[in-house]
Write a protein that binds this ligand. Structure first.
Ligand code: SAM
Length: 283
């Protein structure tokens, strides 16, 4: 993480290139279903990844619920293919601004919104959560699912997120994190694809939410879902290996088959953490 408050354009460029590679795009589409790309909350270990991932959005929405509804505006930071934005708009009738770095994802996001008749509710904007292009106090709620792990300046991201909240507005997000006592070097091979030096920890986020003056800063710990999720991804990739080799380069399939078990092992050894944070801006 940069110490001088300047988020690194290099990290953003690495992230953009990662999400815009044809292999990564095809993998997310084939294995997650093209809506949500984040850790699921599984009702049972064999549940489809897409169903569990959707449950995560619902659990996050529980945190925002008094700020959702017709006339309310929500900002989704790092919105991917738009699964969260569409679900919130369809279920609650709110409007959503979906801010996301990858224009390739945003093109697909806009197309899906139009196909599902939700384009009038969702504004897909290309940009970075390090510099949110909106004035102070604009949104009733700000959310993000598993995107801050890509930041090299998470203090700045949270400062930006809190800045654009209306008084009484709620920020809620999930993220992949390291355990407080996980040595950086142990996780380095696992997090290498993210292009960041280190992951945040739950204590870091809780401290920052409090420092920013958000009330009721809270962490709902779902770290026990991580081994289930990465086991599911590993199994699914293995089971569909032949089919995936038809749409993804063989090198990338080989990389996935080697890398996903590392994530599962790190999660099982409790070096990774994951869950839902929330905090409310004072009214
Ligand atoms: C794991 S994906 C999650 C996508 C989406 N939130 C979801 O749950 O389906 C991470 C997302 O963060 C976005 N992202 C990473 N860095 C970003 C930045 N600096 N500003 C905006 N979006 C960013 C990527 O484009 C990618 O879509």
């Amino acid at each position: 993480m940069s110490q001088d408050g300047a988020a690194s354009g290099t990290t953003e460029e690495t992230t953009r290139r990662y999400y815009e590679s044809a292999d990564v795009d095809a993998f997310y589409d084939a294995v997650w279903g093209g809506d949500d790309i984040h850790t699921g909350i599984y009702a049972h270990p064999e549940e489809p990844i897409a169903d569990a991932s959707r449950r995560t959005v619902d659990r996050l929405a529980d945190r925002l619920v008094d700020r959702l509804g017709p006339g309310r505006s929500v900002l989704d930071l790092g919105s991917g293919y738009g699964g969260t934005a569409r679900h919130l708009a369809a279920r609650f009738g709110c409007t959503v601004v979906a801010l996301n770095l990858s224009e390739a994802q945003n093109v697909r996001h806009r197309r899906t919104n139009a196909e599902r008749g939700l384009d009038g509710h969702i504004d897909v904007v290309t940009g970075s959560f390090h510099d949110i292009p909106y004035g102070d106090g604009r949104f009733d709620a700000v959310c993000s699912l598993e995107a801050f792990c890509h930041s090299d300046d998470r203090e700045r991201v949270l400062r930006e997120a809190a800045r654009v909240l209306k008084p009484g507005g709620v920020l809620s997000f999930t993220d992949l994190m390291a355990a407080e006592d996980a040595p950086d070097r142990t996780l380095r091979p696992v997090v290498s694809r993210l292009g960041v030096d280190a992951l945040a920890t739950p204590a870091f986020y809780l401290r920052e939410l409090t420092r920013l003056g958000l009330d009721h800063a809270d962490f709902e710990d779902h770290s026990d879902q991580l081994p289930v999720h990465y086991d599911r991804l590993t199994e699914e990739t293995g089971r569909r290996e032949a089919e995936l080799r038809g749409v993804i380069s063989s090198d990338y399939v080989d990389h996935l088959l080697g890398n996903l078990p590392l994530w599962a092992a790190a999660a099982r050894s409790r070096q990774l953490r994951w869950g839902i944070f929330s905090g409310r801006r004072s009214a």
